[in-house]
Each structure stands twice: as structure tokens, then as C-alpha cells.
Ligand binder design. Structure first.
Ligand code: DX5
Ligand code: ZN
Length: 215
């Protein structure tokens, strides 16, 4: 059974407390929180005030996905805003090893996110040090995009790298996860499913989350 992390990006921000409570009351495991800066990705989402509002009501871990340049400037502040898992993009970190150590020194879990064009091989020297790999299955920046099929191959390659290096990293799939592809993703080796549009555009989000849990 996968860990299911609904993506708040698709929530109704005018009713954020209601949507957070819906996730609290569901079988979801984590909140997935997308932070975008308009530089690393061509979109701006939200920052600390919104994150703190979510933190106030959330009863499950906050899995924070940073789509920003120079993320290391804000690690402490993201921890203060409730991040329990903090992922940075490999493409945004010149000194990725240092960034990962900085996140871990705050006592929270460290993840690395990969754009669709970035080879799994680039994780070779860091995979043993990280808790999660966020495999982007769309180009980051927007919810509701369609799933890139090459992701299945990347998951299998990543699974091999993880066992070869004795890593305990979880494989998270982010973008275009739906009721028609989640089973195949789990079969390929996915541990965590992020779902924005699939959950929030559903007429019964709690039931959709249950289905993603494969119950
Ligand atoms: C995209 C974000 C995703 C997004 C997924 O840049 O990282 O987390 O919210 O949304 P869906 O599930 O709608 O593709
Ligand atoms: Zn994300």
C-alpha cells in the first residue's frame, strides 16, 4: 500500500481549513506542499503565511517540495513552518551534498526532486544520504498536467540504484497521478503517490484517496 500525499496546490485556498480537515479525516498519509518562486519554475504558488495556516490545522506530516532557486536560504524557516520532509531540486542545487546535510542537521527528512529530463544516474553519489526521491512525472510548475510515460522506466532504474547502494530512500511520484495509472506506478516500485487534480477535482475526494490507498 502506497503512502498517499494529496497536493494542496489543487485545494481551494479560500477554504483552506476545510480542505485540510478533509485530508485529516481521510486515509491520506501526508500533505504535499508545492512552493514555487517564479524563477526555477514559470509559476508562483505560495510562501510561509499560507504554509503556517496549513500547519495550524494539519494533523499529518507536511511533505514540502521546493521549486525554488537558492533553497538553502530558507531551510530553517520551512522547518519552523512545519516541514517534516523537505525536498530540493537537483537542478537548483550546485552544492547538493551540503544542502542535504543542512536539511538533515535540522532533524527533518531530506528529499531530492528530479525534473523529467534529469537522469536517475545523477543521484548515484547522493542516494545513500537521502530519505526520499521525488520523481517528477510532469514538468514542474502546474497541477493538472498529463503524466509522462517515461517515468515508469525511471522508477525501475531508481529502484535498482536504491538497492545497489543500500539506500532507504522512498520513491515519490509527482504529477499526473490518476486512478488509471497508480497501480502500475506501485507495481514499478513507487512508495509515495502525490495527487492534486485527481483528489481535488473528484466529486468525493475522501473516496478517491481511499482508492489510491488501494483499499
Ligand atoms: C507540479 C507539482 C505537483 C502538482 C501535482 O509542479 O509539483 O505536486 O501539485 O498535481 P497533479 O496531481 O494535479 O498533477
Ligand atoms: Zn510537488
Amino acid at each position: 500500500m502506497a503512502i498517499v500525499a494529496p497536493s494542496i496546490l489543487s485545494a481551494d485556498f479560500a477554504n483552506i481549513q476545510r480542505d485540510v480537515e478533509m485530508i485529516n479525516s481521510s486515509n491520506a498519509d501526508w500533505f504535499h506542499i508545492d512552493v514555487m518562486d517564479g524563477v526555477f519554475v514559470p509559476n508562483i504558488s505560495f510562501g510561509f503565511p499560507v504554509l503556517k495556516a496549513i500547519q495550524k490545522h494539519a494533523k499529518k506530516p507536511l511533505d514540502v517540495h521546493l521549486m525554488i532557486v537558492e533553497p538553502e536560504k530558507y531551510f530553517q524557516e520551512f522547518k519552523n513552518a512545519g516541514a517534516e520532509i523537505l525536498s530540493v531540486h537537483i537542478e537548483a542545487c550546485t552544492h547538493l551534498h551540503r544542502s542535504i546535510q543542512q536539511i538533515k542537521s535540522l532533524g527533518i527528512k531530506a528529499g531530492v526532486a528530479l525534473n523529467p529530463h534529469t537522469p536517475i544516474l545523477f543521484l548515484k553519489e547522493i542516494i545513500a544520504d537521502i530519505d526520499l526521491v521525488c520523481v517528477m512525472s510532469v514538468n514542474p510548475g502546474f497541477g493538472g498536467q498529463s503524466f509522462i510515460e517515461n517515468t515508469y522506466l525511471k522508477i525501475k532504474e531508481l529502484k535498482n540504484l536504491i538497492s545497489e547502494k543500500n539506500s532507504s530512500a522512498l520513491i515519490e511520484i509527482d504529477g499526473g497521478v490518476s486512478l488509471s495509472n497508480y497501480k502500475k506506478l506501485i507495481d514499478c516500485g513507487a512508495d509515495v503517490l502525490v495527487a492534486g487534480n485527481t483528489v481535488f477535482s473528484s466529486s468525493n475526494p475522501v473516496q478517491t484517496i481511499l482508492e489510491l490507498k488501494n483499499v
